[in-house]
Design a protein. Sequence first.
Length: 146
Amino acid sequence: MSMNVGSESSASGDPEVMVDVNTTPLIDVMLVLLIMLIITIPIQTHAVKLDLPQGNPPPPPVPPQVVTIDVDFDGTIAWNGETIPNEASLISHFASAAALPDQPEIHLRPNKLANYKYVAHVLADAQRLGMTKLGIVGNEQFIGQN
């Protein structure tokens, strides 16, 4: 038993007619058309046009007022270097500072030998009276201390 495989000549001796379409010229034409299309497309610009204001920039904001509160080792409190005689005076200072439209920055600087109860008392008074800009400064004196 044998089988005829491939495109050998037929029994009559004539080669078989090829019925497949040659696609190579079709692909060549399509590639040329694609290249021509890419060349003729205008380059897209991705620019956003804005009308920016002309003139001088606004002035920088005014630096905030700074109030330094020192707490000494014996509980003495100083407001910008001025000794506060009692708690009522401290409360009046905090109330007047909290009433300002632009509250000053409160820089609390405790002595490293001061008891925490004095510092906590000042912090509690500031919070109770509505002070929002409060920070503890002078922490470098506590570095290396156990």
